[in-house]
Design a binder for this molecule. Structure first.
Ligand SMILES: [Zn+2]
Length: 366
C-alpha cells in the first residue's frame, strides 16, 4: 500500500498482510513488493500465520509533515524498523493517511503483523500510535501566503529556492494549474521556472511555433479554488511531445507523458505548458525540455514532498506556500462530512486511539 493509505478495520481484517511503503518520497516500491511477496509465499506455504493489529490515531496529517527523512515521521519509522527486528514480528506499516479523502477512516494509522501473536501485534501498534499522538504538533507545516513566499525566495542570496505549492499537489489529485503563486512570478528580477497544465495555452503556443510569440491566459481553468487565469506574454522556445523516462530514484525507468508541451519565455519566467497533469517526480520533468534546475533562482513545485526526487539535490532553500487549493496543508479550508469525529486537528481535545486486532486463520486457510 501507499504510505498515504487510509486504513480501515475491514481492510486489516480482510487482508492477510498489509505492507506499506517505508519512504516518502516513495523510493522503496521494489523492496516493499519483494517483502510482500515473501510474506504471501509464507502464507501460501503455511510457514506463517499472520495476526494483525491496527491502531488508528484519529489524526489527519498533511503530506508535508510526513517526509520520512526528517522530524516526527523519521522517529516513527526508526521505531518501526526496530520493531521489525523483534522476534515474531513480520511487518510494521506506518500509514500516514490521506487527509483529502473525506472517508470514515481518513488519518494516520499503524498496522503491525506478527506470526500468530495478537498480543505482541496489539502492544506494538498501540505504542507507535501513542508515540505519533505525542508528536501531533510536530506534523504541522509553516507556510507563507504567495506574495510573501515569493519575496522570501527573492531575498535568499543563493538559489534555487523551491516554492512548494502543496495546495496544487499534482500527485494528490490537484489540477496543476493553480495561479495563486504563478501570478506573483511575472516581472521578477531573478529567473523563475514554473510548470502549468493548460491544454488551451499549450495549443496556442504550438500554433505560434518555436520563435513565435505567445500571448494569452494561462492556468486557472478548472475551478475558482485554484485562482483565475493569468495573462502572460512571451516567446516560444521549444515544443515537445512531453515524453520522458524517470532516471531518478522515484519510479525509476518508467515513462511519463506530459502530452503536447511548450516552453515559453516570459521575461525572467520560464513557463512550461503541458497538455496533461504530470507531477514533478523526476528531473526529466524539465531536463527533457533542455532546462536545468540550477539555472533558476526560484522553482515552483506543484507537489508536497515528492518533488524532492527531482529538485531536492539542487534546492538551496525551501519555502512552503499557503494558497487555497484541493490539497492545501491548511485543513481548515475544507468541510468534512464523513471522517470519524472527533479528529485532530479539526476537533479539540487529545486524539483517541482506535484499536482493532485480527488473528489467523488467513484468507487462504478459509
Ligand atoms: Zn503516496
Amino acid at each position: 500500500m501507499d504510505l498515504h493509505g487510509n486504513v480501515s478495520a475491514d481492510m486489516a481484517e480482510l487482508a492477510d498482510v498489509i505492507v506499506g511503503y517505508d519512504t516518502y518520497p516513495h523510493v522503496d516500491m521494489f523492496e516493499r513488493a519483494a517483502e510482500a511477496f515473501e510474506l504471501l509465499a509464507g502464507c501460501a506455504e503455511g510457514r506463517i500465520r499472520p495476526a494483525r493489529a491496527l491502531a488508528h490515531s484519529n489524526m489527519l496529517v498533511v503530506p508535508q509533515g510526513m517526509m520520512t527523512e526528517q522530524g516526527a515521521m523519521k522517529a516513527l519509522m526508526e521505531r518501526a524498523f526496530e520493531m521489525e527486528r523483534t522476534a515474531g514480528v513480520l511487518n510494521v506499516t506506518v500509514a500516514g493517511g490521506f487527509p483529502y479523502s473525506d472517508v470514515a477512516d481518513a488519518g494516520m494509522s499503524f498496522i503491525v503483523t506478527t506470526d500468530g501473536d495478537e498480543a505482541l501485534a496489539s502492544r506494538l501498534a498501540q505504542e507507535l500510535c501513542l508515540m505519533a499522538i505525542g508528536f501531533k504538533e510536530r506534523f504541522g507545516v509553516s507556510a507563507l501566503p504567495p506574495q510573501e513566499a515569493v519575496a522570501a525566495a527573492l531575498a535568499a542570496p543563493e538559489g534555487p529556492i523551491v516554492l512548494v505549492e502543496g495546495s496544487d499537489n499534482v500527485g494528490g489529485g490537484a489540477p496543476a494549474d493553480a495561479t495563486h503563486t504563478l501570478a506573483r512570478l511575472t516581472n521578477l528580477p531573478k529567473r523563475a521556472l514554473a510548470v502549468i497544465c493548460d491544454e488551451a495555452a499549450v495549443k496556442a503556443a504550438v500554433l505560434a511555433g518555436v520563435g513565435g510569440s505567445f500571448r494569452g491566459p494561462v492556468g486557472g481553468r478548472h475551478d475558482e479554488l485554484h485562482g483565475l487565469p493569468v495573462e502572460l506574454e512571451g516567446k516560444v522556445r521549444l515544443v515537445s511531445d512531453g515524453e520522458y523516462r524517470h532516471v531518478g530514484p522515484y519510479m525509476t525507468g518508467q515513462l511519463a507523458f506530459m502530452g503536447l508541451t511548450a516552453v515559453v519565455q516570459c521575461g525572467n519566467l520560464t513557463l512550461v505548458l503541458t497538455e496533461k497533469r504530470v507531477p514533478p517526480w523526476d528531473l526529466g520533468h524539465v531536463r527533457s525540455l533542455g532546462l536545468w534546475p540550477a539555472d533558476y533562482h526560484i522553482i515552483l513545485a506543484k507537489s508536497a514532498i515528492a518533488w524532492q526526487t527531482a529538485f531536492g539535490p539542487f534546492a538551496k532553500g525551501i519555502v512552503h506556500v499557503d494558497s487555497p487549493g484541493c490539497c492545501s496543508a491548511n485543513l481548515a479550508h475544507f468541510r468534512y462530512g464523513s471522517v470519524t469525529r472527533p479528529v485532530y486537528p479539526l476537533d479539540e481535545g487529545e486524539p483517541r486511539l482506535r484499536l482493532s486486532v485480527f488473528s489467523s486463520p488467513t484468507q487462504l486457510d478459509r
